[in-house]
Design a protein around this ligand. Sequence first.
Ligand code: FAD
Length: 448
Amino acid sequence: MASYDYDLFVIGAGSGGVRASRVAAAHGAKVAVAEEYRVGGTCVIRGCVPKKLLIYGAHFAEDLADARRFGWNVPDCDFDWKVLIKNVLDEVDRINGAYTDTLNNNGVEIIQERATITGPHGIRLASGREVTAKTILVAVGATPSVPKCPGHEHGITSNEAFHLESIPKRILIAGAGYIANEFAGIFHQFGAHVTLINRTDVILRGYDEQIRDRLLQISMMKGIEFRFHADFQGIEKLKDGSLKVSMSGHEPIVVDCVMFATGRDPNTADLGLETAGVELDAKGAIVVDDDNRSTCASIYAVGDVTNRIQLTPIAIREGQAFADTMFGNKPTRVDYENVPSAVFSHPPIAGVGLTEGQAKAKFGSAKVYTSDFRPMKNVLAGRNERSLYKMVCDSETDKILGLHMIGPDVPEILQAAAIAVKAGLTKAAFDQTVALHPTMAEELVLLR
Ligand code: FAD
């Protein structure tokens, strides 16, 4: 029998890699994890966590303004980006430490180096050290994709957004996905003039059409500028340091910062996967089966690098399922049906299940129930922003196929409601539930 240095070698200590390493070690495996940047990965270091803290910070702009209508004597407040970003990055350091402790406490060896694959069981570390493992798990995540137009090097991505010295006066954000819309909200609330440009006229593809239209309308009302059918042509750095951005179909625009939020590519470049016959799809993602196994029998992959659903809770579940199946004698597969997701825009969006369009395309018809209302708090604050809750049901059985919402706190509300959708409940089950008054969430049991 061949002997190896490790039972499991994990490449990447992000959401998927940390969970898989920790659980495999707890099941008794000898595990090492290599991390080229910081333990915690994208979510903790430069994704969900610092982003959500910035969203909280940004929301004070509106809360402080609204407070006056509630009788608070709020003087004109200054915002200090340096204070916020220092506190956010301190919190990131704290969580990074907690993740590192968890791995150490579970006996996982952390190797703070880049790792590449040299064969079905071989790994080379940046220091030149070569190690072997019976099983290799690739959990290297994804990286921002930047269009290769002239001057693209003058732009930043979400990675750098957390390290800006100051809030730019004028920022152009390229892209229309959740990262683009969330950062548009963040920078706008901190006082920047935000222009979002996109190749098509669709924002947040995959979310319900009416809900995305509502966000577009509210964002424009707040002063975020949108330019559609605008293909990036180039960035020119002017003498005063500002950036002149050219795009098709529109006049050039001069800004202080350009941020690319134009998708994320699986981190498979130069990883040595070809040495083990690991197949990639057209987007460079590792092709895996339902048990996360690649086309090489000893190499598995979880998380963003497989480009199934690029969300932290999915990477975590995949890591857990992999470790339980391989080392815990507990075969487990991830269920990708009815995965809830949110966009932490201003106001936020949340959804689970099929959109109206998807349901009609799949079943030919669907029953749709909505509540389009102005939250009580917005009425008193004089804030002209309406929320929209939408339930999509099977036309024959009334079983809920999808739930889609925009309005204050909807990600918090949807997480609970998603349990009902996952459990296969009908609209009648919602109607039978007495409203909790006065809340925004009560609209869910009052849909017409
Ligand atoms: P990652 O967490 O990216 O971890 C991969 C790790 O591998 C990284 O630490 C990387 O440094 C390391 N690595 C790469 N190559 C090598 C190598 N060769 N050797 C050693 N180490 C290597 N998801 C949500 O669910 N909710 C959100 O609100 C949310 N917000 C986001 C906001 C932003 C700005 C971004 C960018 C992402 C956000 N995500 C969010 C997505 C989420 O961060 C990812 O889905 C999640 O981190 C994927 O986990 P992973 O384990 O696949 O990869």
